[in-house]
Design a protein around this ligand. Structure first.
Ligand code: NAD
Length: 346
C-alpha cells in the first residue's frame, strides 16, 4: 500500500499535533508543511515539531510552491474557525486538484451559516474532482455525529439534549481569544456584544447537521453565552487567569421547529475545570422510542480527539465522491491502526 501523501497547513496547537500523529502512521506520509509564522518558515518540520530529527520537509509560507496534485493527495488545514476567512486558502487547495480536511468549526457544516460559500465550495470541488470535509471533535463528532449515530435504532426522536463539559487547556491562542478566557467579566460581556468573543463556535453547524441527518426540521436556532468566572488562579501556556477573571464560557444553543424545542446543546468550556472540582464529561439524552442516555466521563479529550479525527478521516476523504462533505455524509470515523482501516469500502 502506497502511503497517502499529506500537506499539513497550519502548525499551531492542533496542526503540529496532527503532524506528530501522522508520523506514527505507516499509511500516511507528510510531504509538505505550510504556516505563515515567520519563526517557522524555512525550518525543517522536524525542528518545528521538536521531534528530535529532521524530516526532509521545509515549512513554507508559500502554499503555491508545494500545492501540486502530482505530489499531494490531501491537505489538512488548521488555521482558523471561519469559512469566510478560510475561503481563499480553500479555493487554492481545491483548484490545485487536491482533497482537503478542514478543522475550521464553521466548515463542519458550511451550509448552516454560509450557504452561498458552501455552494461555491461544493461546485468547485465537483469541478476539480476533489472532496472537502469539515471535521473536529466539536463540531464534527461529540455533539453531532455521536448524537446522530446513537439514534440509529430509534423508531422516534422527540427531543435531544446533549452537553459537553470540557477542558480548554490544550488549545492554542486562537481558541482562548474566541472563548474570552483571561478577560474580565465586563470585557467578556462587551466582547460578546461586539462579536469578538463568540464562545463555542459550532452550535449552528451541529444543530443543522443533527436536524438534517434525522429530518427534524429545525427552523430556528437561539444561543446564550455567559462568563465562567474563576475563583482560583488558572494558567496554560497561552493564558493566565487571576481569581475574578473569566476562565471560560457557558454556552447554550437551542434548535426549534416552530415553537417546539427539539435540540438543546449545552457547552460550558473553561481551562482547568478540575481546579474548582468540576468533572468533565460528554452526555447525550435522546427522548423518544427508545429513550437513550449516554455518559462519557471524563470528556473525550478535545485536543487529542480533534487531531485524531482529522487524521483518521484522511482515507475516507481521499476515497469520497467529489464535493463538500459533512461527517454525516462519510463513513464512520475509526482509528487508523492497520492496513484494513485505510481500505474500507465506501
Ligand atoms: P493556533 O492559533 O494554535 O494555530 C493556528 C496556526 O495556523 C498558527 O501556527 C498560524 O501561524 C497558522 N495560520 C493561520 N492562518 C494561516 C494561513 N492563512 N496560512 C498559513 N498559516 C496560517 O490554533 P489551533 O489551536 O491549532 O486551532 C486552529 C483552528 O482550529 C482554530 O480556529 C480552532 O478554533 C479550530 N479548532 C476546531 C476544532 C473542532 O472541533 N472543529 C477543534 C480544535 C480547534
Amino acid at each position: 500500500m502506497n502511503p497517502i501523501r499529506v500537506l499539513q497547513w497550519g502548525l499551531g496547537a492542533m496542526g503540529s499535533g496532527m503532524a506528530k500523529l501522522m508520523l506514527e502512521k505507516s499509511g500516511l506520509q507528510i510531504v509538505a508543511a505550510v504556516d505563515s509564522r515567520p519563526s517557522y518558515v524555512g525550518k525543517d518540520l522536524g525542528e518545528v515539531l521538536g521531534v528530535g530529527k529532521t524530516l526532509g520537509v521545509t515549512v513554507t509560507d508559500k502554499p503555491e510552491d508545494v500545492l501540486k496534485k502530482e505530489n499531494v493527495d490531501i491537505v489538512i488545514i488548521a488555521t482558523t474557525s471561519w469559512v469566510k476567512d478560510q475561503m481563499s486558502d480553500l479555493r487554492k487547495i481545491i483548484t490545485a486538484g487536491v482533497n482537503c480536511i478542514s478543522i475550521a468549526e464553521e466548515m463542519a457544516d458550511a451550509d448552516a451559516q454560509s450557504p452561498e460559500l458552501a455552494k461555491e465550495l461544493d461546485e468547485l470541488a465537483k469541478k476539480h474532482g476533489v472532496s472537502v470535509l469539515g471535521t473536529g471533535v466539536n463540531p464534527g463528532f461529540v455533539l453531532d455525529l455521536l448524537v446522530v449515530t446513537l439514534t440509529g435504532g430509534n423508531h422516534r426522536v422527540e427531543r435531544i439534549e446533549a452537553s459537553r463539559v470540557n477542558d480548554l487547556s490544550p488549545y492554542g491562542p486562537t481558541v482562548m481569544k474566541t472563548q474570552g478566557v483571561g478577560t474580565t467579566p465586563e470585557a467578556f460581556k462587551a466582547g460578546v456584544a461586539d462579536g469578538s468573543i463568540v464562545g463555542h463556535v459550532g452550535f449552528p453547524e451541529s444543530i443543522h447537521m443533527i436536524s438534517e441527518a434525522l429530518g427534524l426540521g429545525v427552523d430556528r436556532i437561539e444561543q446564550t453565552r455567559e462568563p465562567i468566572i474563576s475563583k482560583v488562579y488558572r494558567e496554560t501556556p497561552h493564558v493566565k487567569v487571576e481569581p475574578g477573571m473569566v476562565a471560560g464560557c457557558a454556552h447554550i444553543g437551542v434548535g426549534y421547529r416552530g415553537d417546539k424545542e427539539v435540540i438543546r446543546l449545552i457547552h460550558p468550556q473553561q481551562i482547568h475545570p478540575h481546579l474548582e472540582n468540576q468533572d468533565t464529561g460528554d452526555y447525550i439524552h435522546i427522548y423518544g422510542l427508545p429513550e437513550i442516555h449516554m455518559a462519557i466521563k471524563p470528556e473525550i479529550a478535545g485536543g487529542k480527539a480533534t487531531m485524531g479525527i482529522a487524521v483518521n478521516m484522511i482515507p475516507h476523504v481521499v476515497a469520497a465522491t467529489p464535493g463538500l462533505k459533512r461527517m454525516i455524509d462519510l463513513p464512520t470515523p475509526a482509528a487508523l491502526m492497520g492496513e484494513s482501516a485505510y481500505t474500507r469500502r465506501v
